[in-house]
Design a protein around this ligand. Structure first.
Ligand code: HEM
Length: 457
């Protein structure tokens, strides 16, 4: 492989990543030392090639295969195999079907009111907490909140509602079941303490998985029996579209599972990091609040159509996902020899892991001057037009990129609009916010902020 990189080490690369202080820092160091295309040892994949330049990335954008080994740990959640590594010929039609629902306005509009109810309930709770803090004698009416915990829980509720249609008998139990499944299969990543012995935890997760699958089956059965006629034609309902397309029940259950998995941590942390940044940039927060006041007037929440009238909020969210991309990495596997560069100078053999260092791409100073700075104006239409397309890839690249991107933006902007219209967020003094790379870009000890009403209520 004619690609520069450090000498391989006996530990498979683990030590080098740890010594750099995590994979992202290691990526930054590697690309600074060896250039835009680097060969390195990726723990779990042996040899990998990292590509950090947006123009060179275009040459990888067609690859339609993920390396199976890297995603093996999620296999127990699926009945028909992990959908993230499904072969290209099966993946294509499934993706088109998913996009026809997830990326479309009808599905966003259909769920918007219910999403609004969910975020408003959270805001009401925070307002009550602030009220109690005031009654307890705190003159500033503030109350600290663990943003990451509360906002990922909110996102999970929203995606359950979206995926299942909001008509399941006990949505609270579905959410709790999914949390049990996650704690068992991903908990070690997030250091979630799980009660009980190993066997008890495993049994609980099995029971929870069975409950989730039975719930999806019930929704599918309702569709089949015609109880939900009308959901199908306009592509606003995910399970309806999957049933109509003739997908087998196990694949439908797996699809709901992958959506819940992919959707809730990512969207929840996107909102959390945005509030974190706004708390440290009160001038930007003021501008967002001003835009919300102008567009919403006395209303506490936007309508779906209002989102397009909040361009500054949109720029703030995008800049936040540049600095803290919720999904910090992606990966592909080459199926044939790949030549990157104008003269094809980087030769990558078939079967190699191509690593997408999304976070390092967003920090490339050639396209992002002073990359550490929070500058929402980078996402003005003019600035955006002046950059290569793949300089900004929070939702990944090509045929395996995120199908939920459009929905995620709608959800995140709605949540931000409701919260920022109503509250002011400030960092809790002395609380350190430390990003760590998990399945998503997580804050080690949560993001604790004080929340106070913007106007006396
Ligand atoms: C801010 C929120 C989100 C971010 C930043 C995000 C980011 C990502 C990234 C980076 C990938 C991997 C892409 C690649 O390998 O090129 C991905 C995959 C995926 N995401 Fe998202 N995501 C978000 C929200 C959502 C939501 C709300 C849904 C569903 C409703 C979703 C569904 C998926 C699915 C199904 C995949 C697998 C794609 C495939 O294999 O075809 N995501 N996402």
């Amino acid at each position: 492989m004619d690609i520069p990189g450090p000498e391989p080490r006996a530990d498979g690369g683990v030590g080098a990543v740890a010594a750099a202080g995590g994979l992202h820092r290691y990526q930054l160091q590697l690309h600074a030392a060896y250039g835009p295309v680097v060969r390195f040892q990726l723990p779990g994949a042996q040899a990998a090639v990292s590509v950090a330049d947006p123009v060179l990335l275009e040459g990888t954008a067609h690859i339609d295969k993920r390396p199976e080994r890297l995603f093996e740990f999620l296999a127990p959640l699926f009945e028909t195999g992990n959908l993230q590594v499904m072969p290209a010929d099966e993946h294509g039609p499934w993706r088109r079907l998913l996009l026809s629902v997830l990326a479309g306005r009808p599905s966003h509009e259909r769920h918007f009111a219910r999403f609004t109810t969910l975020v408003t309930a959270l805001a009401d709770r925070w307002a009550e907490r602030a009220e109690r803090a005031e009654q307890a004698g705190r003159t500033d009416r503030t109350a600290p909140v663990e943003l990451q915990k509360e906002l990922t829980a909110l996102s999970l509720r929203m995606i359950c509602e979206y995926a299942l249609g909001g008509e399941v008998a006990d949505p609270g139990r579905v959410v709790a079941a999914f949390e049990d499944v996650l704690t068992e299969h991903l908990g070690h990543l997030y250091e979630v303490p799980a009660p009980g012995t190993r066997e008890e935890r495993s049994e609980r997760a099995q029971a929870a998985l069975a409950h989730l699958r039975a719930t999806v089956d019930q929704v599918v059965a309702d569709h089949r029996s015609g109880d939900r006629v009308g959901d199908r034609a306009d592509r606003s309902d995910l399970i309806g579209a999957l049933v109509e397309a003739g997908e087998r029940p196990a694949r439908i259950r797996d699809t709901v599972m992958v959506m819940m998995l992919a959707a809730h941590h990512t969207t929840g942390v996107a909102v959390s990091w945005t509030l974190h940044l706004l708390g440290r940039h009160p001038d930007v927060a003021e501008r967002v609040a001003g835009e919300l006041d102008r567009v919403l007037g006395d209303r506490a929440a936007p309508e779906y159509a209002d989102l397009r009238r909040l361009p500054y909020l949109d720029m703030v969210l995008r800049e936040s996902m540049r600095l803290f991309p919720p999904g910090p990495y992606g990966a592909r596997e080459t199926t044939e020899t790949l030549f990157l560069g104008e003269r094809g100078e980087y030769e990558i053999p078939a079967g190699a892991t191509v690593f997408y260092p999304i976070w390092a791409v967003h920090m490339n100073p050639a396209y992002w001057p002073e990359p550490e700075k929070f500058v929402p104006e980078r996402f003005s239409p003019e600035e955006t037009a002046g950059r290569p397309r793949l300089a900004y890839i929070p939702f990944g690249i090509g045929p395996r990129s995120c199908e939920g991107a459009a929905l995620a933006i709608v959800e995140a902007e709605l949540v931000l609009a409701v919260l920022l219209k109503r509250f002011r967020f400030r960092p809790v003094p002395g609380h350190e916010v430390t990003p760590i790379e998990r399945f998503v870009l997580w804050a080690a000890d949560d993001i604790r902020m004080t929340v106070s009403p913007r106007v006396p209520e």
